[in-house]
Ligand binder design. Sequence first.
Ligand code: NAD
Length: 267
Amino acid sequence: MLKIALIGCGAIGSSVLELLHGDADVAVQSVVVPYTTDAINATVQRWAPTAKIASAVGQGAYAPDLVVECAGHSAIGEHVVPALQRGVPAVVASVGALSEDGMFAALEAAARQGKTQVQLLSGAIGAIDALAAARIGGLDEVVYTGRKPPGAWKGTPGEKECDLDSLKTAHRIFAGSAEQAAQLYPKNANVAATLALAGLGLQGTKVELYADPGVTENVHHVLARGAFGSFELTMRGKPLAANPKTSALTVYSAVRAIRNRAHAVSI
Ligand SMILES: NC(=O)c1ccc[n+]([C@@H]2O[C@H](COP(=O)([O-])OP(=O)(O)OC[C@H]3O[C@@H](n4cnc5c(N)ncnc54)[C@H](O)[C@@H]3O)[C@@H](O)[C@H]2O)c1
């Protein structure tokens, strides 16, 4: 039985709880949030009634076997780094946070200190296994192109690039490195950062972002070339039916990572 501490109980965390419900190999020991709400109380009561709602990850006799972060950038420094230092392994959904200066090094140092490991979730993007394997033979180019409906770029610097409300054709709102993309579009940084960390790094990975009235879903395209050959991947991510605020694949990727640690066969 794998005892987990789930950090965050928003769009992703609550859906993870629902999907883990009934898995005899996983026990949600605690749900860690800065403060609770009626919605969080109801979700935990419904899907993980034996879990404690807490403001910190348990220690000593109460330490979990695995910390699962689905909370946001601040939770990494606040909960994931100290848990790793104490030897508790972790899986992280907020991979975009690792674009921040020193964050990747801090996680790595914490895991080393605790003689444990931190796993970065593939989240909303696929082919991370192929990309990370291809890197071993040498990569020449990785280009990520992200397309979203114009309205999805409201509140970002994309608003200054074009009139999002009247776009009739796709408009490129950003072209640059994954590092620059993370600085300008931090809320959209997860996929580019994941591809960068698996492949050519934040400076070496090219990113293009489009506001596209022709799409209704988030469309991710990856082109990678290197000694292995090349691949292209197009993903049209759907929101989770039970919770349209999050991408279905991100939730499934977190549940997969947990199950892979709990079940006898890992794939
Ligand atoms: N890797 C990917 O492809 C991918 C895709 C989507 C989202 N994400 C990331 O996953 C994270 C969660 O996304 P969401 O849609 O569930 O967000 P959300 O806002 O719906 O929920 C966040 C939850 O975390 C809690 N929280 C916030 N700060 C916390 C802290 N310091 N300690 C403990 N709990 C804290 C909040 O109370 C809330 O319950 C975000 O960082 C998001 O960027 C990653």
